[in-house]
Every structure is written in structure tokens, then in C-alpha cells.
Design a protein around this ligand. Structure first.
Ligand SMILES: O=P([O-])(O)O[C@H]1O[C@H](COP(=O)(O)O)[C@@H](O)[C@H](O)[C@H]1O
Ligand SMILES: [Mg+2]
Length: 546
């Protein structure tokens, strides 16, 4: 776009924008002639990524703002009407980020304006409440205004259809086309007579979660918990209590929702240091376990005492908890399917095979996992778990947390810990060790460059392991829908996947090595696996030039 085109797009925007904050921001950008600022805002537009629309709050089609939200809602409604999906409400939830409540109300207003029923949650609540509520209420669609674990300046828009899963192609492409076809903002009809819902839905959700834990299960476990300044606390406390466990001690500095996430650099339990306050409280309390949610409470992180770790505690990797929950839930040989994403550990496929449970792998993103037919358990390495797919076809940090307490209390009753259970898994299936190399960039072209480099000069050996197969995921490898990414299958069952994040400006490389456990010596296998992972990581960084 030329400077003139950018400026006229900006002026056209100003003429329509109902939000004085973004108007003032854009006027300032224009006043100082900030061309990069204009390109950033008007040179592209937000697209549906791994989990809906996501971006910094600000003016322009490449930001999250009231214009983008109103148009997205209008496009979604047009799609629903064009497909005859009108015999139920659209359920709308939101987190506690900047403008989330305003964006949610705008959405409700547009849904009513389109002549559809709108049900708005009456307060900021966890994302799984919407995923649950869609099916519970027979909604035709759901929206959650949230940027989950992203930095404070971001917001986002998760979109679900009536099956309770987030949208995938072709629905996302069709909805995007319907959004593009929305005319001037002034012509988008709006209503103000939406319904609200709160306690009634929460009670149904809590009943469902509490029923996951059988009456006879041991429940003695001391937990600490942090919602990481997000919206998880009230529902977690209620769910844990209703399921019969003692209420966890909550990290007080992070207990209340706060859109600025003041005590953490990134409100993402995957980021180093994010759960430090929880670990500190866990040490002070002599707790058995520390649990955390991401800010919209669809992820669950777990840490346990580990005398060999710095500070005496360590957080489990998403794949470790995935393996533990997989063994716990699949050993009952449920009828159905287990699933995880291709960037998650291959351990789940082996657990499933050992209990004659069918297994699927999917692309990254819970929008793919949650919709797997006959799902009985699904997870992804990014701390996402679905332990009750009948009720919630998405990851759910609250039901997962309750299941984790059950698992940990059951182990404790036998004088064991989650680390002992991890050793059991390694002994039984081989040690599956995973790691991630992830690089945050300012300039997205660096990610494109790294992918180009890897395609031009594919590595033949990584960490001393021969690359036996390269799958270019952009070509739709292994029967999966095409997506940007590369997968390397290495000797001895190791594998590497490289892909750009669909929620943040990051390149993510997912590493897995598998080391057999000889003579029950899991510790030796762990050392060997750690060395191998480090070697693979170093070679991969060199090959990608990151
Ligand atoms: O934001 P959340 O917690 O919903 O999590 C979202 O983003 C994660 C990271 O995606 P990416 O690797 O593309 O950045 C995905 O794994 C997850 O399925 C998706 O729902
Ligand atoms: Mg989340």
C-alpha cells in the first residue's frame, strides 16, 4: 500500500470508528506521520489463526478493536443465517482483559441486530464455560473474547459452532469471507435486548465437573493454585470444593483478575518464571502439588516437589501430564478414541495401543483435537487437556485440575507421587522426553526466513540422529490438512516439528526423543534423553539460523 492509500484507509476508519480510544490513538499516529505505525495497523488484517482472531488492541483492521469485533460478529451471523444455523442462541463469554466486556457486548448487540438470540455471560468467566454452555444450552455458536495467555496489550476472539468446538476450515474461511462482505459499520443492525446467564450455567458445569471423581476416590491432597491474574479462581475453588477436595491455597497477588498481569512478564504458564509465585507459596505451605491456569483457564499447569530440581520443585511438561492423564484415563479401556496434536509426544499413541484404544493425531490447536469423533481423552503439549469430551469439546483447565488432584491424591494414598507415576510410564513405554525451542521475534519475516532456510537446506542429521523422513506439512503430509510446518522423523523414534505460532509472533520447534529404559534405570535414561535433546536443539537452531 502506498502512503496515500494507508492515510486514506486511516481516514475512512476514523469516520466509522465508534471507540474514542482508538480514534485518539489513530489521530496521534497520523499527526506524527508514523508510517510504520500505519503499515502495522492497515497493511494487513487479523486472520483466524490457531485460536480465532488475536492481536494487540488498537486501531485498524490488523488490531483488536470495536470495528473489527462488530464486523466479525456481523460476518459470523451472516454465516449462521446463510447455513440455516438459527435455531438456538449465540453464547458469548469474555475474560477480564482490556475491552473484553465491551467487545462481548458489541457482539451480543450485533447478534440481536441480526435477529438471532444472544446469551451473554454475566461476568468475566473461563473459556470452558462457553465450550460447555454451547452444548448445554443448544447454542448454534459461541464466542469468547479473550487473548488467553498472550501479553497484556493483546485481545482476541475465539469462535465456536454448535458442536462446541472452535472453527476449522472450511467454516473459518467462509466466516472470513462473510466478514469481508460486511458493509459500512453504520449499516450493521444492533439490538440491546440480549439475555444474560450466570449462576444457572455455572451450577450445571460444576455438577458435571464434580461428578468426574468417584465417591470412593482418595481426596487427601494439599494444593496451591494460581489463576495468573486471569478469571479461573472462583470457578476452580467451587469445582474443587464440590468435587470433595480441600480448597487450594491461592496465590494472593495473582488471585484477582487483572488485565495488566502485573506480577509476571508473560501470563503464560509455559513461560519460564510464570508460576514462580505459586512455587514459592507451595514451598512455604509444604504443599503436595501446585496447579495453575492460564488467564482464560483453559490450560492447566502442574508442579510437584522434586528434590533434584532447583528450588526443590519442578513444573511438569505438558507432555508429561498428558502421559499421566492418558494412562489414568485410558487404562480403564474406554470405548472411543484418544488424540493429541502432532507436536505432542508420541507416548499417548503407545498408551492407547496398550489398552486397545484407537488413536488419532491432529494438527496443532484444540480446534482440531476437540472435534475428533468418539474422543475419550485428548491433549496437546501446550498444557491443554480435554478430560470430559462429552461435556466440553475443547481444552478445559478446570476439569483437568480436578482430575489432576484426583490422580495426585490417589498416588499419595499409596505413598507415591506423580514423579513415581512418570517413572512407571518410562519403564513401561520407554522414556519419551520432549522439549521446545521457541523464538519470539519482532519482525515476522525472520520466521519466514528460517522456514525457507530449512526447506532449502534440509538437515540430514540432528543431534547425531539421522533424519529418516522429512514431511512438508504445507503440502498436507500424512493425511493432515495443509498447514505451514516441517516435520523430521529421526532414527530411534525421535522427531522434530517446526512451525510458526498461530497466536503469537514466535517460531516454535517441538523436539522429542525416545530412550529405552534398561534394567529399570529410569534415571540413566533421563540423563541420556536430556543430552540427546540438547544436541538436537543445538543442531536445529544452527540449521534454522535462529
Ligand atoms: O490461547 P489458548 O490457551 O486457547 O491456546 C491456543 O493456542 C495454543 C498455541 O498455539 P500456537 O502454537 O499456534 O501459538 C494452541 O496450542 C491451542 O490449541 C490454542 O487453543
Ligand atoms: Mg487459554
Amino acid at each position: 500500500m502506498t502512503t496515500d492509500q494507508l492515510r486514506s484507509a486511516a481516514h475512512a476508519w476514523l469516520a466509522e470508528d465508534p471507540d474514542p480510544d482508538t480514534v485518539a490513538e489513530l489521530q496521534a499516529v497520523l499527526a506524527v506521520g508514523d508510517e510504520p505505525g500505519l503499515i502495522d495497523r492497515f497493511g494487513a488484517k487479523l486472520e483466524f489463526g490457531t485460536a480465532g482472531l488475536r492481536g494487540a488492541v488498537g486501531a485498524g483492521p490488523n488490531r483488536m478493536n470495536r470495528m473489527v469485533v462488530i464486523r466479525a460478529a456481523a460476518g459470523l451471523c451472516a454465516y449462521l443465517k446463510a447455513n440455516g444455523l438459527t435455531d438456538g442462541p449465540v453464547l458469548i463469554g469474555y475474560d477480564a482483559r482490556h475491552k473484553s466486556d465491551v467487545f462481548a457486548q458489541d457482539t451480543a448487540a450485533v447478534v440481536r441486530g441480526a435477529g438471532l438470540d444472544a446469551v451473554l455471560l454475566d461476568r468475566a468467566l473461563p473459556t470452558p464455560v462457553v465450550a460447555f454452555g454451547i452444548r448445554h444450552l443448544g447454542a448454534v455458536a459461541g464466542v469468547v473474547v479473550t487473548a488467553s495467555h498472550n501479553p497484556p496489550q493483546d485481545n482476541g476472539y475465539k469462535v465456536y459452532l454448535g458442536d462446541g468446538s472452535q472453527i476449522v476450515p472450511p467454516a473459518d474461511i467462509e466466516i472470513a469471507a462473510a466478514i469481508d462482505a460486511v458493509g459500512p459499520l453504520a449499516d450493521v443492525p444492533r439490538g440491546d435486548d440480549w439475555q444474560t446467564i450466570g449462576d444457572e450455567l455455572l451450577q450445571a458445569y460444576l455438577d458435571r465437573v464434580a461428578a468426574l471423581v468417584p465417591a470412593e476416590a482418595p481426596r487427601a491432597i494439599n494444593a496451591v493454585y494460581t489463576p495468573l491474574h486471569g478469571v479461573g479462581r472462583d470457578l476452580v475453588v467451587a469445582a474443587v470444593q464440590r468435587a470433595g477436595f480441600a480448597v487450594p491455597k491461592v496465590v494472593s497477588s495473582q488471585a484477582e483478575p487483572d488485565p495488566d498481569f502485573p506480577t509476571v512478564s508473560f501470563p503464560n504458564p509455559e513461560e519460564p518464571g510464570a508460576i514462580d509465585a505459586a512455587l514459592e507459596l507451595a514451598r512455604a505451605e509444604g504443599a503436595d502439588i501446585a496447579v495453575a491456569n492460564d488467564p482464560d483457564a483453559d490450560r492447566c499447569a502442574v508442579a510437584v516437589p522434586d528434590p533434584t530440581a532447583e528450588g526443590g520443585w519442578r513444573m511438569l511438561r505438558g507432555d508429561e501430564l498428558g502421559g499421566l492423564l492418558g494412562e489414568f484415563l485410558l487404562s480403564a479401556r474406554p470405548e472411543g478414541v484418544a488424540a493429541c496434536s502432532i507436536v505432542s509426544s508420541s507416548l499417548l499413541s503407545k498408551i492407547a495401543a496398550s489398552y486397545d484404544v484407537r488413536f488419532y493425531d491432529t494438527l496443532t490447536g484444540f480446534k482440531w483435537i476437540g472435534r475428533v469423533p468418539e474422543l475419550v481423552f485428548g491433549y496437546e503439549e501446550a498444557l491443554g487437556y480435554c478430560v470430559d469430551p462429552e461435556a466440553v469439546k475443547d481444552k478445559d483447565g478446570i476439569s483437568t485440575l480436578v482430575r489432576v488432584l484426583q490422580l495426585a491424591a490417589g498416588a499419595k494414598a499409596e505413598g507415591r507421587t506423580l514423579l513415581d507415576l512418570l517413572d512407571d510410564l518410562a519403564d513401561r513405554y520407554g522414556l519419551h522426553a520432549t522439549d521446545q525451542l521457541s523464538v519470539r521475534v519482532e519482525d515476522l519475516s525472520l520466521i519466514v526466513d528460517a522456514m525457507t532456510r530449512l526447506r532449502a537446506t534440509p538437515p540430514s542429521v540432528l543431534g547425531g540422529l539421522a533424519v529418516q523422513q522429512v514431511d512438508d506439512l504445507s503440502l498436507g503430509a500424512a493425511g493432515l490438512p495443509p498447514t505451514e510446518g516441517l516435520r523430521y522423523q529421526l532414527e530411534s523414534g525421535a522427531r522434530v516439528v517446526v512451525r510458526p505460532s498461530g497466536t503469537e509472533p514466535k517460531l516454535k520447534c517441538y523436539l522429542e526423543v525416545v530412550v529405552p529404559v534398561e534394567g529399570g534405570d529410569v534415571a540413566a535414561a533421563r540423563v541420556q534423553a536430556a543430552n540427546r535433546l540438547a544436541a538436537v536443539k543445538a543442531d536445529l537452531a544452527a540449521a534454522a539460523g535462529i
